[in-house]
Design a protein around this ligand. Structure first.
Ligand code: HEC
Ligand code: HEC
Length: 301
């Protein structure tokens, strides 16, 4: 009897030991991914200083960045906070105390963050919008940087990402998918299709405005990227409800958050108030593009 207990004890002990070793190895892998240093050829973007470019940059920033970085762009503490996993603050984009306007010494530092998903030291950042901002053309990225350099400084300290041991283990096990730096194509230079009410320009606007993060790569919907949100994101290809919409219905839905069937879009789940700042021509181009897509069935996973 005692002998059996002893063997059970040894078996159990080695199982726990093995799990600890596996956990430790995964932690090392996860930590290694976060601490890996990357480098990419410089874009050599020349940041413009004329008023029209700064205005263009302001327009992009208001639609695309304020939702996560705050109305005054001074960053949001605990932008993501889940006890057992850790926290992510979105950065202070101004030149006040704690702002990247002070920390970034070169224009290329902005390009590294927004196009490649790395900080000035070459380490991965955990900004989920990088797959969208990596599509910003050289011209528009230059305009965005130009505008950021003109915004009023705000003193506000943020802490970047602080992941727990458990988060690093889950990261290595692939639970969170790819880091932004692992997900984007790292083109050195990017061009914009000519601005206008065209499908091509509509596709560019969909790419840079992050629609695919929630509506899926093919825009046919699916699970919300935030696992705590249980809503299935709708299909916006002509395979979904939008097949019966007109251009005006689409513009009204984005500007006022109400669909033709009278459904109120939740602004916390679908940032229509930010997208409502897109110009009429931009919304028309997006409509042309999504209306030209193949009819795909709603993804529900
Ligand atoms: C979906 C939310 C989201 C959007 C949209 C977003 N950001 Fe971020 N951004 C973050 C988070 C979160 C971080 C912090 C990442 C980290 O610390 O790993 C961050 C970090 C940054 C950094 C700091 C990088 C570094 O080296 O520390 C810059 C610069 C930045 N964002 C600029 C922008 C600009 C400009 C836009 C708009 C074109 C934008 N972001 C849009 C969430 C967002
Ligand atoms: C942060 C996630 C997120 C992003 C980014 C996002 N959407 Fe949405 N969208 C949603 C969710 C969730 C809904 C459903 C909201 C509801 O029913 O309250 C929705 C609804 C819609 C609808 C209404 C569809 C219907 O059948 O009622 C349209 C149109 C739409 N989004 C277009 C877009 C476009 C275009 C973009 C990019 C410019 C975009 N969305 C970006 C999450 C997002």
């Amino acid at each position: 009897m005692l002998k059996v207990l002893k063997w059970i004890g040894i078996a159990f002990g080695s199982l726990v030991g093995m799990l600890l070793v596996i956990g430790f190895v995964l932690f090392l892998i996860g930590n290694g991914r976060l601490n890996k240093t990357y480098d990419f050829p410089p874009s050599n973007i020349v940041v413009p200083t004329d008023a029209a470019s700064i205005e263009r940059g302001k327009h992009r920033v208001q639609v695309l960045c304020t939702g996560c970085h705050g109305a005054d762009l001074s960053g949001v503490n605990n932008w993501f906070a889940v006890g057992p996993l850790g926290t992510i603050d979105s950065a202070n984009l101004t030149s006040g105390e704690g702002g990247i306007g002070r920390e970034f010494t070169k224009d290329e530092d902005y390009v590294r963050a927004l196009r490649h998903g790395i900080d000035p030291e070459g380490k991965p950042i955990y900004m989920p919008a990088v797959p969208a901002t990596s599509h910003l053309s050289d011209e528009e990225l230059g305009a965005v940087i130009a505008y950021l350099k003109t915004i009023p400084p705000v003193d506000h300290k943020t802490n970047g990402h602080q992941f727990t041991l458990m988060a690093k283990i889950l990261m290595a096990a692939g639970v969170f998918g790819k880091l932004p730096v692992e997900a984007v194509s790292h083109e050195t230079n990017v061009t914009t299709p000519p601005a206008g009410v065209t499908e091509d320009y509509g596709k560019y606007l969909v790419d840079i405005n992050d629609c695919r993060t929630c509506h899926g790569q093919e825009l046919s919907g699916g699970k919300h990227p935030d696992p705590s949100v249980k809503v299935i994101v709708p299909n916006i290809t002509p395979g979904g409800e939008l097949a019966a919409w007109s251009e005006t219905d689409f513009i009204t839905a984005i500007r006022n958050g109400v669909t033709p069937s009278g459904h109120q879009l939740n602004p916390d789940l679908m940032p229509w108030k930010d997208y409502g700042l897109l110009t009429d021509d931009e919304l028309k181009a997006i409509w042309l593009y999504i209306h030209s897509l193949p009819k795909l069935p709603q993804v529900t996973k």
